[in-house]
Design a protein around this ligand. Structure first.
Ligand SMILES: *[C@@H]1O[C@H](CO)[C@@H](O)[C@H](O)[C@H]1NC(C)=O
Ligand SMILES: CC(=O)N[C@H]1CO[C@H](CO)[C@@H](O)[C@@H]1O
Length: 736
């Protein structure tokens, strides 16, 4: 190792190419938007004329869309890309790498099957990292014996799995994903590759035991007798009412904790924090904070990785990638967390529901250019001290070398006893936990608000989006799941905007203006519903009536509309294709964009306002990660899944019906009254808007009238929406 090597950075940051071209393009779009505003303001119908108020409404809506578009430019203005140099890291630090604790949170064994959770756990246990420095903590908010049983099984299987992974350098290291990936080869190599076959058999036996236990809802008696840990479940224990259950299954400091090759194993800890009905448990933020405290006594890794239980590690090197950021001599000391993208394994080719493609591959790179991405609650490495509320100062370079390997005198059992009180319900009373320390409480997106407050303390974050995805999760596979998930996100983000931690004022002066705007793009999701609803309803109704709300085709004012609309959509298509999507995928994403805005965001908006006025209380809904066989088959065929009747679907269906009626009305008018040309001349944009709405709603009409399977819309929704839309159209036609 030459002395020059010491000065080379561990990561590099490159600004995106084509930035200037993009900025010029954005400026032209903005000029178009200004012209649209000018048109609206100069043609307001006079008092008493038809459509005066509607026109004024359009001014408001177009002002909103235009300004929101300006805000979203922050995410595209200054994109950067990161690259790491893991070889330099290993070279320079060899055995002096810091301890890393991995937190996996699960909450309900029926919604999040234990076998899936164990695959996540096993995938991180098998990281390419020195086992003594790795601690894996499972927080089980379901307080379930089933999960604990599965964890014991996984712990045992790990003794075979980790050596196998290291010996053959396998990838991915989630056994389930690995066996799927080699299933073709296994078929042909049946007789030669006996190691693979042996380990697969072991896995399948374990899987069978866990799945049987899950199905029966109870664990085998002999397992219960074999491990003392089960005695911590008392007859009166229930998920909402139990003592702290803490088990150190593998003590990394114990020289006897070894795998079948005699190598040390990572620390493995199970925690179900105390739950009492009279104490609020603060959902995932509460369990993360309990884990932070408990782990500080056991392994106390300086770096903490937070993973959702359905998100396995697909790259055994991502830990080293993250360390390249933290340990860089030049810039590492200011980085508080490294966020990896949320990627999904279960996305169909033309992503029927939302896949966060553009957020992951475009927008977060933009936020990174202004000081760092948001913390999104999974796939994120944190420095422990910043997570615990430390403020940034220029001189707080961290000392990575620590004398960690000193012998601990207590046994694991003594340590458990000593640590248990840290996870009790009352521990946090009169402390700063949930406020200045750990993850913040009281917000449905505890992660985003926590990340923001860390950045407001002067820290930066980094976004790392490698070609080979570091973590893979499961995405929503039905429309209700998607909409509910987005309701929670948009509601949480909107609450942040209105809270004392609002990026708009709390962030002022402590994070860059660009980053403030980036946060606002997400925090303003919910209020977007109003403008979108206006645009999906009013122009169509006026089309039905034959009143034009947009400039005629021959008017010069038509040009800014045509330019802004085509520029925006062509750009959005190009961006989508560039980030790896398909054309149909883009079209599907536009549909979900519309559905989210007219339902999820609307409900989020109303709920937030009601909550501000003191009416409702927030509830955390976990979105199910499994679906039954039929649902799954439809998902694979990219058939939209409705299935239930919900107020959200009534809204969607009514809007869809309304647009069909208006479109039919317009066609009728063409045939009966006017000539095609004069209508088209006057109403081209309204016809286009209404027509696109009808086209994009095609799966809804299918779900309402054509499909016979269980995933269609219930007929009650069909009737309700039909009648509602008819009443609206008829009364509108009569009223004016
Ligand atoms: C996951 O990892 C495997 C190799 O281990 C790789 O072939 C695959 O492309 C990765 N998946 C994604 C989505 O990056
Ligand atoms: C939960 C779930 O739907 N898992 C599926 C994800 O996709 C893989 C591969 O397509 C399936 O094998 C899983 O069953």
């Amino acid at each position: 190792m030459g002395s020059d090597d010491q000065h080379l950075p561990l990561f590099e940051t490159k600004t995106a190419r084509g930035r200037v071209v993009y900025r010029v393009f954005a400026a032209t779009v903005f000029a178009g938007i200004c012209l649209i505003w000018a048109y609206r303001l100069s043609y307001i119908p006079r008092e008493g004329e038809d459509g005066r108020w509607v026109w004024i409404g359009l001014i408001g809506v177009e002002l909103w869309f235009g300004l929101y578009w300006v805000v979203t430019q922050a995410l595209r203005w200054n994109q950067v890309y990161r690259r790491t140099f893991k070889d330099r890291l290993s070279h320079r630090y060899k055995n002096e790498l810091p301890g890393v604790d991995v937190f996996v949170c699960t909450a309900d064994p029926t919604i999040e099957p234990p076998i899936m959770v164990m695959n996540t756990v096993l995938s991180v246990m098998a990281y390419d990292y020195s086992s003594e420095k790795l601690g894996i903590y499972l927080s089980d908010d379901g307080g379930s014996e089933l999960t604990f049983y599965a964890f014991l099984e996984a712990c045992n299987f790990a003794r075979y799995w980790i050596p196998y992974c290291k010996k053959f350098n396998v990838g991915p290291r989630s056994p389930a994903a690995y066996f799927v990936s080699i299933s073709d080869q296994l078929g042909s190599r049946l007789t030669t590759d006996s190691d693979a076959i042996k380990i697969k058999k072991l896995y399948e036996e374990m899987e069978k035991r866990i799945e049987t236990a899950t199905k029966l809802g109870r664990i085998p008696e002999e397992a219960r007798l074999k491990h003392k840990g089960f005695s911590q479940w008392k007859p009166y224990s229930s998920p909402r009412d139990h003592d702290t259950i803490l088990q150190i299954l593998i003590d990394g400091k114990d020289p006897n904790a070894i795998d079948i090759d005699g190598c040390r194993l990572p620390t493995l800890v199970y925690l179900a924090r105390e739950k009492r009905p009279q104490h609020h448990h603060n959902f995932k933020a509460g369990s993360m904070n309990a884990l932070i405290r408990v782990s500080s006594k056991i392994s106390n890794g300086q770096i903490i990785l937070n993973l959702d239980c359905d998100m396995y590690s697909n790259s055994s090197q991502s830990l080293l990638d993250a360390l390249c950021f933290f340990m860089d001599e030049e810039n590492g000391h200011e980085i508080a967390f490294v966020q990896f993208p949320q990627s999904f394994e279960n996305v169909t080719k033309n992503e029927l529901y939302d896949s966060l493609r553009v957020i992951s591959n475009v927008e977060f790179h933009g936020a990174d250019g202004f000081g760092g991405p948001l913390y999104v609650g999974t796939g994120c490495f944190h420095r422990r001290d910043t997570l615990c509320g430390r403020k940034f100062t220029q001189d707080c370079k961290i000392e990575w070398k620590r004398d960690d390997d000193q012998k601990r005198l207590q046994s694991a059992q003594e340590l458990e006893e000593e640590t248990r009180p840290l996870a009790s319900c009352t521990y946090e009373q009169n402390t700063q936990w949930g406020n200045e320390m750990g993850l913040k409480y009281g917000c449905p997106v505890e992660d985003v608000i926590t990340g923001l407050s860390i950045q407001c303390k002067g820290w930066k974050s980094a976004y790392f989006n490698p070609e080979r995805k570091a973590f893979l999760g499961v995405t929503a596979t039905t429309l209700p799941q998607t909409l509910v998930q987005h309701k929670r996100w948009s509601e949480g983000d909107f609450q942040i905007l209105l809270s004392k931690y609002s990026p708009a004022w709390y962030g002022y002066g402590s994070i860059s203006l660009g980053l403030q705007l980036c946060y606002c793009c997400y925090c303003l999701w919910a209020p977007n519903c109003l403008a979108t609803l206006y645009y999906t309803i009013i122009p169509s109704l006026y089309l039905l009536k034959g009143i034009s709300l947009f400039p005629q085709v021959s008017s010069p004012w038509f040009l800014p509309f045509a330019y802004v609309i085509s520029a925006k959509y062509i750009y959005s298509l190009v961006e989508f294709l560039w980030s790896g999507g398909t054309i149909l995928g883009w079209w599907n994403t536009q549909r979900i964009w519309l559905y989210k805005r007219t339902t999820s965001y609307l409900f989020a908006f109303i709920d937030t306002i009601l909550k501000k006025l003191g009416f409702t209380d927030s509830t955390f809904i976990i979105t199910a990660k499994v679906a039954d066989e039929e649902v799954f088959q439809r998902y694979e065929k990219e058939i939209m899944e409705f299935g239930t009747s919900s107020p959200m679907f009534t809204i969607l269906a009514t809007l869809a019906m309304l647009n069909v009626f208006c479109f039919i009305g317009a066609v009728k008018r063409v045939i009966m009254v006017d000539s095609i040309f004069s209508i088209f001349e006057a109403m081209a944009l309204q016809i286009l808007l209404c027509g696109v709405l009808v086209l994009i709603n095609w799966p809804l009409y299918q779900g309402l009238f054509l499909r016979k399977d269980k995933g269609k819309l219930p007929s009650s929704v069909a009737i309700k929406s039909f009648v509602l839309a008819l009443v609206v159209c008829a009364s509108f036609s009569l009223m004016y």
